[in-house]
Design a protein around this ligand. Structure first.
Ligand code: PTJ
Length: 252
């Protein structure tokens, strides 16, 4: 991998790219994960690479869902394992929700590669490892239908960042609360999920961890009227306003 100078104006973005590229070489990330990352970057640009107020509200609601669930589960794919394994492990610890590896592009050696990364970052309780995904999600034809019988199958709340729309829909139909993080507020996943956080996973996870930590004894303090469609509408409007302001002010 290349050396990125710390004073480079796009340092963080370049670091994230390197993580995804390195992840692809070690089989953690699927080749399509590079395309997914690029799409995410584009949306991040369009919102000024910051957490929008509506995303902040969605994060609070997600913390509430985690804290009030009986069996919350954190679904892990290649991109999130490459970008922020330490944050996934922290979220799992603070919420007592197990991590479950669940891949769209199943390929020999990927589950093992992701398990290795998670273990290196201190994960103890990992579901969905090779050979464990013997249950299936009804009416879902993608590879993601294979799930761990002790995890997503019996969960009441699933955190599925950077997800595809089909599974989100199938999980909602099974009666589960589905939380996603997706920079694209127009994606099927964002529209199908119960709680959609329109933010970069890198920025959203520390805030989610904080909210869970600070409200463990009183989750009710987090709850407020919540309407996912309204939150998505606010995200789209925030992007439009940000772009309009920049264009008006010739801020280039
Ligand atoms: O590891 P696998 O095999 O399970 O595959 C993972 C990918 C991400 C390749 C797979 O789920 C996929 O193809 O996803 P999509 O359909 O491309 O959707 C990914 C969504 O995540 C897109 O809407 C992106 O805008 C968004 N996204 C990408 N990077 C980030 C992001 N959202 C938040 N934070 C990011 N860093």
């Amino acid at each position: 991998s290349i050396e990125i100078p710390k004073d480079h104006p796009r340092y963080q973005s370049l670091i994230n790219r390197e993580k995804i590229i390195d992840g692809m070489h070690s089989k953690v990330v699927a080749p399509a994960g590079l395309i997914a990352h690029g799409r995410g970057e584009a949306f991040d640009y369009l919102m000024g690479e910051k957490t929008l107020p509506c995303a902040r509200r969605a994060i609070r609601q997600a913390a509430y869902a985690f804290l009030t669930a009986k069996h919350p589960v954190i679904s892990v794919n290649g991109n999130v394992a490459a970008l922020c394994p330490e944050l996934l492990v922290k979220l799992s610890e603070i919420s007592s929700a197990p991590l479950e590896i669940n891949l769209f592009y199943r390929e020999q050696g990927r589950e093992e590669a992701i398990e290795k990364v998670l273990r290196e970052h201190g994960a103890k309780n990992i579901l969905g490892t090779a050979g464990r995904t013997t249950a299936s999600i009804p009416e879902l034809s993608s590879n993601r239908r294979h799930v761990d019988p002790d995890g997503i199958l019996i969960s009441d709340c699933v955190f599925v960042p950077l997800e595809d729309g089909d599974r989100t829909e199938a999980l909602v139909r099974m009666g589960k609360t589905v939380i996603t993080v997706d920079l694209n507020p127009l994606s099927r996943t964002a529209r199908m999920a119960s709680i959609s956080i329109t933010d970069n996973i890198i920025r959203a996870l520390p805030l989610l961890i904080e909210d869970i930590k600070n409200n463990k004894n009183n989750p009710k303090a987090l709850s407020e009227d919540y309407d996912n469609k309204e939150i998505l509408s606010q995200a789209v409007r925030a992007i439009a306003e940000y772009l309009t302001d920049r264009a008006k002010n010739k801020d280039f």
